[in-house]
Design a protein around this ligand. Sequence first.
Ligand code: NAP
Length: 253
Amino acid sequence: MRRVLVTGASRGIGRAVALAFAGRGDKVAVHYASRRQDAEQTLALLPGDGHALVAGDLGDPRAAGRIVEEAVGALGGVDVLVNNAAVAPAADTRHAVAEVSYADWQRVWHRMIDVNLLGAANLTYGVARHLIGRGAPGSVVNIGSRGAFRGEPEFPAYGASKAALHAFGQSMAVALAPHRIAVTSVAPGFVATERQAAKMDGPTGDALREQSPFGRVGTPQEVAAAVLYLSSPEAAWSSGTVLDLNGASYLRT
Ligand code: NAP
């Protein structure tokens, strides 16, 4: 049994990751920002007992520190951190350079970097120091994105935040290996989460499915399976990797 902090587990990929860990007997701290009812639903869906809810805006560095403390307190320790929460592409975060005002350009850049990169960095700091203090092994898995490599023309701050998250994970993999802490990232392509439902069902749906030669998009469960593996002791030698999960829709060279 391990103790796992999953950020952004109110729905989507975070919920699937929380379910996957709980399904193998781990204890999970289900983190959310504002969708308390959804997070409570995640908690209710988890098999086993001893799970907990933790809340907070990861754009606030003090909240990040508190979230780690609360997860450690509620679970009796944290062995695995999954940095999943993010401000993702949506109508109110679109910032196409040729169209957006300078004020909105700056607003979205700051928000995405604050949450997607600095939030993950601050949580990693807290969990790494907790593990080092215990002298215990552990793992950190970052949920990055294919957009880091393929480009995000309408959401450049999102793409940059994910590229930076991958790079941050690689730096931490080197820094934390002497402490037996493995750090990895996954880079999913399009995944069928609640947030993406309108795009899947609308006129763009076929084009999204055709991005992959499998003729479909990814599932939250496929991302969760990869996270489960990368966080396992058997995957320690994968530390530093960025694993593509995109159904061969984009091949990096
Ligand atoms: P989602 O449905 O939008 O869920 C995002 C989660 O992050 C929610 O739990 C949300 O909490 C939390 N969150 C958002 N802003 C936050 C903040 N300021 N502080 C703390 N938590 C915050 O996202 P998803 O589609 O499941 O994606 C999950 C992860 O996978 C993200 O990192 C995303 O970038 C990545 N990803 C997704 C796809 C995809 O197609 N779905 C593809 C590639 C990568 P509340 O609900 O409480 O607000």
